[in-house]
Every structure is written in structure tokens, then in C-alpha cells.
Write a protein that binds this ligand. Structure first.
Ligand code: NAD
Length: 500
């Protein structure tokens, strides 16, 4: 099978695809699609210096004008949506509608950021001293490093870049080494927007660097990259976070999740089943917000498992480009090996596994296709407490809501959570201070597929970062408190006297 038409339609040239050292394989069939050129680690100081120089010019461009650049980026993405979506499908294995959905998410954040460019609001604050005015102003902070994961190969960049650019900062992006092609194609959209934007965009405003952890490391340790946004595994965050802190930088960490749904006795089970299936098997379980734990009330647990087993049996697995497919491949064979190993471990801990076998028939050869797995567990064991980036859903039972909330919170990760209930008391308790400890908590909606309007991120080992909507933009700016004395006296705060 040739992938050339998709690569060409996305604007990738022979120079992009050949002659490099980084082999790119499509998870659809494992075929090598390209040999991409990697950035030389020795070039990184110059990359960062260019971003610093760009910063000195870009911070003086008025924010609404900076928003115009992001508006143009949104236009470029709109016109490239089909081609970029198809490339996401080719490089990550997402089904067609999810590939397109990822590009739509980029368009949405651009729209959000354009509006934001006229709303970087500060505060005026009541001063305790007469004839004084206090204010809080948000200023650009400097180059923002973006390290992204394979599973949202372009959307994560756009959540960061659209905000960082309107906030007055240059961006240096290191995508996953598994997905450089979508990164090159998406970055070209910004390059086209820059050409249309005109001369007040400095050279080096947005740079793309390709490679593995060593390239990321250069951004992590540089004091000239004041904000480092890193999305990926908790293992990566545990290395990156302390290094950024050691040089007094700011990190925005978006790490692993282990997301749960509580299903209460009053739940609308038809809705719950639909939400569970999309949450657990959508993107072949490779979303940071994928549903991984189902905490079902004992009174409905057996019925729920029966309905899910039936729904799972009819899910079309295969080539993600086919319009009928709902489950595409895992990113690679190593990922499938890990899924199978985790299922064996869950079995040894007393789990009963439904499905979860490797699939070889009716799918393109060379890809890592699996049946999604439903695993009934006697308790929240060590395996259940780990994030396995694959379609495994562990099922646990509960008697009281307190018990369910304790199970939901009893894992190291804290990204997304939800409850299905028609009982107002249960819903509000779940959302209260004593309820879910996650960054995202939903009622009668699954844990995945967040809209860009809200702040996105989670607590505990998920890293504490927030991106996208709400006031996440503040993470890309520095706050300045200023007091102006327009009186003819010099009173000190707190009544302190110091007469000289
Ligand atoms: P990964 O941790 O293997 O890699 C992520 C990125 O970090 C890659 O670009 C990689 O090159 C880079 N990296 C790895 N080690 C590094 C180091 N020491 N220094 C600098 N950079 C380094 O993750 P992955 O397999 O690509 O993605 C899957 C993981 O990402 C899952 O755990 C998933 O939950 C998480 N994720 C989280 C979010 C979120 O918003 N919370 C979103 C998407 C994915």
C-alpha cells in the first residue's frame, strides 16, 4: 500500500520524507513512511537564541495584532482540515472522524485565542494608602517550549502555541519522535499564516525541532525558556519537572491519567453504556482521558457487564481509514505487548478478562490491532492503579457512594472522572470538595473528549498543569503588581513610620 497521496496532499515533500535518520512508521500496517531529518542537539542553543531575539520584538506587538496571526492560523487549519486529519490517521492510526476532530480542536483553540487577544485582563486593586492606585498587569514572559506526546500529535501544540503567541511569546515545539510528519504539516500552516501576516512577525517566532528526549532536554534545562509545557507519561514528567524547577523555570505538566466512571443505581444505563464504550475504546484507549476504571454499584454491576460485553463483541476493529471502523491500531507492537502483559498481571491478581486478544484477521497486516478488554477485578490492585495506554477497562463494585469516591480517588493519577446518576445529592457530592480529586469531574458525560473552553489538566501524578480555556493563559504570562503614588506624601503600608 502506498501512503504517498496522503503525504503529498498534506504538503510534505521528498525533502521532508527522505534522507533523514528518524524512521516514521504508520501504525496502520507498520510500513515505513519516511526517514525524517532530526535536529542536531548542537543546534539547540542557536534555536533558543533565535526565540529570545524574536521575543524582544514580539512582546511589543499589540496583543490584538498578535491575535490576528492566530486568526490566520485558524484559517489555514480550516482549509487544510481534511488533509491534516488524514495525516493524523496515517501517522497515529486514529479513525477518520477522530483525526478530523483533532484538527477541529486546533481550529477551536485558535478562535478562543483570537478573542483572548483582546481580553488579557489585569486588575485594579483598592490601595490602603490615600492618593495611591494599585494594579496588576500581565506581561509576555519569553520563549515557551512545547514537548508533546504521540496521541494528540498536533492538538496539544495548538493549545499551547495559540495561547503563547497571543500572550506575546515565541514557541519552540518538539513533537513526539513517533509523529514528526503531522508536526511538519501543522507547522507549515503557521508558516503560511506568518507569510500572510506581514513584517511585524519576527524571524524565529515559531520553531519546530525534531528528535527524541535529547532534543527535549535542551529546552528543559535552558534558563532562556522560562515556560516549559510537557505532555506525556508520568515517567517523563518525573524527569522533566524537577529539572525545570532546579533552574527556577515554570513547567506546565500534562501527564498520565487513570480515569474512572462511577455508575450509581439510578443511572440511565443506556446513556452510561454509550459513554463507557466511547470513553474506553475510542482512540483504541490511547487518550490521556480514556476511561480505564468502571466503579459500578453492586445492584447494577452484572447487568452493566453483560451489556458491555455484548456491545464490545460487535465493535468493528481494523483499518482506521474505513468509515465503518471504530477501533484502529495501537501505536506500535511494544504498546500491544504491554497491554497483553498487563492483562496477564491482572489475571494473576484475580481478574476475569473478557476480550483483550491480539487481532490478526480482517485487519491490515503489520499493525498492532487488539480486541478491547473488559476485566472484572476483585479489588483495586497494583495493575488497576497503573495507566496502561490501551483499551483495558477494569470493573470494580461498590456499595456506598463514599466507598465509590474512595476508589475513584485511590490512584496516583488525577486527570478526569465522572459519575452517572440521576440523584442530585450523589451528583453534587461527587463534585464537592469531598468528591472527585481530579482536574476534570463530569456528571452524566464520560471522562474523555473535553471542550477547549475549560481549563484542561489534572492533579497528583497528572502534574497539576492547566492548558486550553478558562484562565490557563495566565500560565504563559508574568504577573506584575504596581502601585502608583499620585499624592504629595509618602505614607508607608501597614502604618509603618520611618521618618528621615
Ligand atoms: P512519552 O512520555 O513517552 O513522550 C512524550 C514526549 O516527551 C515525547 O515528545 C518524548 O520525546 C518526550 N520526552 C520523553 N522523555 C523525555 C526527557 N527525559 N526529556 C525531555 N523530553 C522527553 O509519552 P507518549 O507515549 O508519547 O504519550 C502517552 C502518554 O502521554 C500517556 O501517559 C498519556 O496519558 C499522556 N498524555 C497526557 C495528556 C494530558 O493532557 N494530561 C495528553 C496526552 C497524552
Amino acid at each position: 500500500m502506498t501512503h504517498s497521496p496522503i503525504l503529498a496532499a498534506a504538503g510534505l515533500t521528498a525533502a521532508d520524507l527522505t534522507g533523514g535518520t528518524l524512521a516514521v512508521r504508520s501504525p496502520i500496517d507498520g510500513a515505513e513512511v519516511a526517514k525524517v531529518h532530526e535536529t542536531d542537539p548542537a543546534a539547540m542553543p542557536a534555536v533558543i537564541a533565535r526565540a529570545q531575539a524574536a521575543f524582544r520584538a514580539w512582546r511589543d506587538v499589540p496583543a490584538p495584532r498578535r491575535g490576528e496571526l492566530v486568526r490566520l492560523l485558524g484559517e489555514e487549519l480550516r482549509s487544510a482540515k481534511a488533509e491534516l486529519g488524514a495525516l493524523v490517521t496515517l501517522e497515529v492510526g486514529k479513525i477518520t472522524s477522530e483525526g478530523l476532530g483533532e484538527v477541529q480542536e486546533m481550529i477551536d483553540i485558535c478562535d478562543f485565542a483570537v478573542g483572548l487577544s483582546r481580553q488579557l485582563y489585569g486588575l485594579t486593586i483598592a490601595s490602603e494608602r490615600p492618593g495611591h492606585r494599585m494594579a496588576e498587569t500581565w506581561h509576555p514572559i519569553g520563549p515557551v517550549g512545547v514537548i508533546s506526546a504521540f496521541n494528540f500529535p498536533v492538538a496539544v501544540w495548538s493549545w499551547n502555541a495559540a495561547l503563547a503567541l497571543v500572550c506575546g511569546n515565541p514557541v519552540i515545539w518538539k513533537p513526539s519522535e513517533k509523529t514528526p510528519l503531522t508536526a511538519i504539516a501543522a507547522h507549515r500552516c503557521l508558516e503560511r499564516a506568518l507569510v500572510r501576516f506581514g513584517d511585524d512577525a519576527p524571524e524565529g517566532l515559531s520553531q519546530l525541532v525534531i528528535g527524541g528526549p535529547a532534543i527535549g532536554e535542551a529546552l528543559v534545562v535552558s534558563p532562556d525558556v522560562p515556560v516549559l509545557s510537557a505532555t506525556g507519561s508520568t515517567r517523563m514528567g518525573a524527569i522533566v519537572g524537577p529539572k525545570v524547577a532546579a533552574r527556577w523555570g515554570r513547567s506546565i505538566l500534562e501527564l498520565g491519567g487513570n480515569n474512572a466512571m462511577i455508575v450509581a443505581p439510578s443511572a440511565d444505563l443506556d446513556m452510561a453504556v454509550r459513554a463507557i464504550v466511547f470513553g474506553a475504546v475510542g482512540t483504541a484507549g490511547q487518550r490521556c482521558t480514556s476511561l480505564r476504571r468502571l466503579i459500578a454499584h453492586h445492584s447494577i454491576r452484572a447487568e452493566l457487564v453483560a451489556r458491555l460485553t455484548k456491545a464490545y463483541a460487535s465493535l468493528p476493529i481494523g483499518d482506521p481509514r474505513k468509515p465503518t471502523t471504530l477501533i484502529g491500531p495501537l501505536i506500535d507492537q511494544a504498546s500491544r505487548d504491554r497491554m497483553l502483559a498487563q492483562l496477564a498481571k491482572a489475571k494473576s491478581e484475580g481478574g476475569t478478562v473478557h476480550g483483550g486478544r491480539a487481532v490478526a484477521e480482517g485487519v491490515p497486516q503489520g499493525g498492532a490491532y487488539v480486541e478491547p478488554a473488559l476485566v472484572e477485578m476483585p479489588a483495586q490492585t497494583e495493575t488497576v492503579r497503573e495507566e496502561t495506554f490501551a483499551p483495558i477497562l477494569y470493573v470494580l463494585g461498590y456499595e456506598t457512594l463514599d466507598e465509590a469516591i474512595a476508589l475513584q480517588n485511590g490512584v496516583p493519577q488525577g486527570l478526569s472522572s465522572c459519575i452517572f446518576t440521576l440523584n442530585l445529592r450523589e451528583a453534587e457530592t461527587f463534585l464537592s470538595a469531598a468528591g472527585s480529586d481530579c482536574g476534570i469531574a463530569n456528571v452524566n458525560i464520560g471522562p474523555s473528549g473535553a471542550e477547549i473552553g475549560g481549563a484542561f489538566g489534572g492533579e497528583k501524578e497528572t502534574g497539576g498543569g492547566r492548558e486550553s480555556g478558562s484562565d490557563a493563559w495566565k500560565g504563559y504570562m508574568r504577573r506584575q503588581t504596581s502601585t502608583v503614588n499620585y499624592s504629595a506624601k509618602l505614607p508607608l503600608a501597614q502604618g509603618v513610620r520611618f521618618d528621615v
